[in-house]
Ligand binder design. Structure first.
Ligand code: NAD
Length: 361
């Protein structure tokens, strides 16, 4: 007799998100509590980051990994990569709980998936951690260049975001020149700082904001950007708002306040609710360059590492983000649908087309 399943059961969540497999990893000896979610492997092995975060509840951790892994499926699909979507989360404080043993144990769980899941760094993990995972499994990317990896993906990720910004500027203003445009960069970490550099190189007027005041001061001085307080971002008039910190900064409250024509940044899952807030942005005439389309530089870097591509090829693939963004914006306009719906449509079509190829000789 089938088990009774409540509406918010794990299986119902997997069905709603469309996942194929979720692995719970537990090891009391090292303190490891992790979840690996494999969303879809039609296009190739599921590749995605491992995030280490002190989640308040296990439910929060599960929800995060389901969302992250699904967006990886769409990101790789729309970028034209032969990769599926997956992600992992380790529950814990990365500054306090991370040890070599914990990471290596986690590596063994990945090893047991026989290549179905390949990981990389994400919030709370870094290339050194990938080296530990590599000691137990080859199914890891983003290891340091010194041991044959592709190194820090942030400059490439920022380049992709920059190409996405240019594509959105072209759509709104008819030409893609960045010179003289004003951009608010929220979150000036690895990607944010590289983006500020690219924008300032083209004489954009850049406002920077970070919860870390020292960082805000440093980056603003180094690149000649104007420091603004995190609270005032949504009161500021600018051409472009580039969220480069955490997700869900676009919600019903912020959309009401926003005074910019374009949203284009690196943060994953920027819309708190895809359907609702995608539509609200369309209604307000704010052009949203979908996050997973324009922040694909990081995964392109990992893909290049797997395929043994040169830096030149990595850069070419990253520059293609311009065209990918243009295609999304054109479809959104042609069908009067939100840009996130347009992106989803393009990604889903590629997956279903390739599924047909794989089901035939
Ligand atoms: P990071 O940790 O280096 O930088 C994040 C910065 O945001 C930090 O300086 C932090 O202080 C700041 N921050 C955090 N919360 C904030 C808030 N509420 N307001 C303002 N600032 C805040 O991370 P990163 O590698 O630069 O990544 C930034 C975002 O881009 C993340 O959402 C990440 O998932 C996404 N992303 C990163 C890559 C990559 O290659 N690193 C690739 C694709 C997407």
């Amino acid at each position: 007799m089938p088990a009774t399943i409540s509406n918010n059961s794990i299986f119902n969540q997997l069905e709603a998100f469309g996942h194929t497999k979720v692995v719970f990893c537990s090891d009391p000896d090292t303190g490891l509590k992790a979840i690996i979610a494999i969303h879809d492997t039609t296009l190739g092995p599921a590749l995605g980051g491992t995030r280490m975060w002190a989640y308040k509840t296990e439910t929060d951790a599960l929800e995060d990994v389901l969302r992250l892994s699904k967006s990886m499926t769409y990101k790789s699909a729309i970028t034209g990569l032969n990769l599926g979507g997956g992600s992992a989360v380790i529950i814990g404080d990365s500054r306090r709980d991370k040890t070599e043993a914990l990471l290596r144990k986690f590596g063994r769980f990945i090893k047991n998936l026989n290549g179905e899941f390949i990981t990389a760094e994400d919030v709370g993990t870094n290339p050194r951690d990938m080296e530990y995972i590599r000691m137990e499994t080859q199914h890891v990317t983003g290891v340091p260049e010194s041991i044959g990896g592709s190194g820090d993906p942030a400059p490439i990720a920022a380049k992709g975001v920059y190409m996405g910004i240019k594509a959105a500027v072209k759509e709104l203003y008819g030409n893609d020149a960045i010179t003289g445009r004003s951009v608010i960069v929220q979150g000036i970490g690895h990607v944010g700082e590289n983006l500020v550099r690219l924008l300032r190189d083209e004489n954009a007027k850049v406002y920077v904001s970070d919860i870390n005041d020292e960082r805000t001061r440093q980056v603003s001085k180094k690149y000649g950007a104007e420091a603004v307080s995190n609270n005032s971002i949504f009161d500021l008039s600018a051409d472009i708002y580039a969220p480069c910190a955490l997700g869900a900064t676009i919600n019903s409250q912020t959309i009401e306040k926003l005074k910019c024509g374009i949203i284009a940044g690196s943060a994953n899952n920027q819309l708190q609710d895809e359907a609702l807030h995608g539509q609200m942005l369309l209604d307000r005439g704010i052009l949203f360059a979908p996050d997973y389309v324009i922040n694909a530089g990081g995964i392109i870097n990992c893909y290049s590492e797997l395929m043994g591509f040169s830096k030149k090829r990595t850069l070419q693939l990253t520059e293609n983000i311009y065209e990918a963004t243009r295609n999304v914006l054109k479809l959104s306009k042609a069908e009067n649908i939100s840009t996130i719906d347009a992106a989803n449509k393009i990604a889903e079509k590629r997956i279903s087309d390739i599924k047909k190829v794989k089901s035939t000789y």
